[in-house]
Design a protein around this ligand. Structure first.
Ligand code: ATP
Length: 350
């Protein structure tokens, strides 16, 4: 449905998008992730035909976007960041205006407004000015305009940014429903969003792909994937830490808060049985035991850290230098190793 090959975009000397290639197929909800300045919006603008690439190929629903942007746009619904709309118009007038601007006949427009009002539950506010609506409803109006021409591809830029937890949940439920018969791309830097609604992740930094795979595979790159945390009040934590470090599949044992130990497994290992056996042998009953699925924020930081050989001349917002392994008590990770695994092995554990 969407195919991008060797996509490149320069702004002056800055290579904002650097050889991106990916495909999105029906049924996919792709989370397009990256730090500020990574090149997400630039890629979305090229994908939607609003920005010309310097080189590369983009095909949406069988249409070459560079050659025929207007035709490609008929297959694409786009919710820009912040969901801009004309606030003094009523919802219905705004949707009619958008329909007419897209060349729909009056009859087609009325039936499309009826359809999208049902899809995103806008009935109750159709006659109200957009400025008077809550943020959640305004976001739904944005979704409705993106859906008006019933596109096969839906591109959503930060769709739940600024919404309260209830509104977020509702918009995510709507997106999950829409994804049943559309390809959806969500551009975001909200990690929980990716876990909540996406079945695939493309993580970029400095215009390049740093990871492609499922959210679970991304999580599995975390040193905390399958880590076991134990709450051991009234114990000699330093002594327990030293003993736990000797278990065969343990990479490290860290004390992240008082009387808690976190046992980090070696790459790919499931360390819980060994920890459980050690607890039995020592006749220790911990007050609490947790097994973690992984910490996306630490993976995000590590994968988006600029590589040593990167001199891109960007605005300095691409990734950061702080995070895992930098003076923290977490195990250090070889940057090139995690990048290579992230890209080449699509989710192999670090
Ligand atoms: N029109 C432009 N002229 C010059 N530089 C630009 C232009 N648009 C984007 N850039 C630069 O290109 C790089 C990528 O920007 P882009 O907006 O695509 O990043 P992003 O991942 O969408 O970031 P954010 O999450 O902050 O929206 C940044 O360094 C940005 O400053």
């Amino acid at each position: 449905m969407i195919k991008i090959e060797a996509l490149v975009k320069y702004f002056g000397a800055l290579k904002a998008v650097d050889g991106l290639a990916f495909e999105v197929n029906p049924g996919d909800v792709l989370g397009f992730l990256g730090p500020n300045g990574a090149g997400k919006s630039t890629t979305m603008k090229m994908l939607t035909g609003y920005l010309h690439p310097d080189s590369g190929y983009i095909n949406v629903a069988g249409v070459d976007v560079v050659q025929e942007p207007a035709l490609a746009q008929q297959h694409i619904g786009y919710l820009p960041e912040g969901a801009p709309a004309y606030g003094d118009m009523t919802v219905e007038a705004f949707l009619r205006f958008i329909g007419e601007a897209r060349g729909m006949s009056a009859i087609a427009c009325e039936s499309a407004i009826k359809r999208v009002s049902e899809q995103v539950e806008l009935h109750s506010v159709l006659a109200r000015p957009i400025d008077n609506l809550s943020k959640g409803f305004r976001r739904r109006v944005g979704l409705a305009q993106a859906l008006l021409h019933d596109p096969q591809v839906l591109i959503l830029d930060e769709p739940t940014d600024g919404l309260d937890p209830n509104q977020k949940r509702h918009v995510r439920e709507l997106i999950a429903g829409l994804a049943q018969d559309k390809v959806v791309i969500i551009s975001t830097h909200i990690l929980e969003e990716v876990m909540a609604v996406c079945n695939r992740v493309l993580l970029i930094a400095q215009g390049r792909c740093r990871f492609e795979g499922s959210p679970a595979e991304l999580e599995a790159l975390s040193p905390h994937h399958q880590a076991v945390s134990l709450h051991l009040p009234d114990r000699d934590i330093a002594a327990d830490q030293a003993q736990l470090k000797t278990l065969p599949d343990v990479a490290d044992v860290v004390c992240e808060q008082a009387q808690w130990l976190t046992v980090l497994p070696r790459a790919g290992a499931f360390v819980y049985p060994q920890v459980d056996q050690w607890l039995r042998e020592q006749q220790i009953t911990p007050q609490s035991v947790r097994v973690e699925s992984g910490r996306l924020d630490e993976v995000f930081t590590t994968l988006t850290r600029p590589a040593a050989d990167d001199v891109t001349g960007d605005d300095g917002q691409n990734g950061g230098g702080s995070g895992v392994g930098e003076g923290s008590d977490q195990p250090d990770i070889d940057q090139k190793g995690i990048d290579k695994k992230g890209i080449d092995k699509k989710g192999a554990s670090v």
